[in-house]
Ligand binder design. Structure first.
Ligand SMILES: Nc1ncnc2c1ncn2[C@@H]1O[C@H](COP(=O)(O)OP(=O)(O)OP(=O)(O)O)[C@@H](O)[C@H]1O
Ligand SMILES: [Mg+2]
Length: 231
């Protein structure tokens, strides 16, 4: 499947979920049956329907209608810590097979999929099992969300090098203003545009109202040249 992307970030809280919701909006507007996929989520609340994670619920909201929560987020943990730690503590291993099975299943309904990782690039999922090992198994092109703040240039370049070292392609990056833009915002942006080996897909402005998530698709281009399901 061509339109299946992995969304990583310069760090946890870089703005991956908001950017993923924006990409889903942009893809839906262009006629795709778009879905978000969060294979592994930690940090969740117990509800009447069972454990629910904020990222999973947001991705469900901006995905094509009718998908069950477990189709968006099959592996879910309560404690907000690194997935490999809670997985070991609860004796519920995270396996590449389960993550891939969920993705295969989602492909039956969706033709444009954005997979949100957890934390930054090198998040461990188990002993000798890092998130990028699974991304490499699936050969997903990567979109990097850069949380625009002090230190982000170093984090962005380290992540871009690590993606390349995993033998994966960076398809684009998104500037995410998780903080109000700082005085030197433009030189930061220009440095990133110059240094990162993939196009800038857009910049999400800093918002003060959570409702703004519902319209952030307008700031983003889709990766690659395929922009509409009707072409
Ligand atoms: N453009 C923005 N303007 C203002 N706040 C933002 C913006 N983008 C993200 N945020 C806020 O920053 C926080 C982190 O964003 P988000 O949840 O998208 O990050 P993440 O990288 O997905 O984090 P995690 O590692 O937990 O998955 C959230 O509270 C979110 O509402
Ligand atoms: Mg997130």
């Amino acid at each position: 499947m061509k339109n299946c992307w992995f969304i990583t970030g310069t760090d946890t809280d870089a703005g991956k979920t908001v950017a993923t919701c924006g990409l889903l909006q942009a893809a839906t507007q262009r006629g795709w049956r778009a879905a978000g996929y969060k294979p592994v989520a930690s940090g969740s609340e117990m509800t009447a329907e069972g454990l629910r994670n904020r990222d999973g619920l947001l991705l469900q909201r901006y995905s094509l209608p009718g998908l069950r929560y477990a189709e968006i987020n099959p592996l879910i943990f309560g404690e907000a810590t690194s997935p490999h730690i809670v997985s070991q503590a609860e004796n519920r291993p995270i396996t590449a097979q389960a993550m891939s099975a969920g993705l295969q299943h989602l492909k039956k309904s969706a033709d444009w999929i954005a997979v949100e990782g957890a934390g930054g690039w090198f998040t461990p999922l188990g002993e000798d099992f890092l998130y990028p090992d699974w991304v490499a198994r699936e050969q997903l092109p990567v979109i990097l969300v850069v949380g625009m703040k002090l230190g982000c240039i170093n984090h962005a370049l380290l992540t871009a090098r690590a993606i390349e070292a995993s033998g994966l392609v960076m398809a684009g990056w998104i500037a995410s203003n998780v903080q109000p833009p700082q005085y030197r915002h433009q030189p930061y942006l220009q440095t990133l545009i110059h240094s990162l080996p993939a196009p800038l897909l857009g910049e999400i402005p800093h918002f003060t109202d959570d409702q703004a998530i519902s319209s952030c698709g307008q700031y983003l281009d889709l990766p690659e040249s395929v922009r509409s399901a009707t072409y």
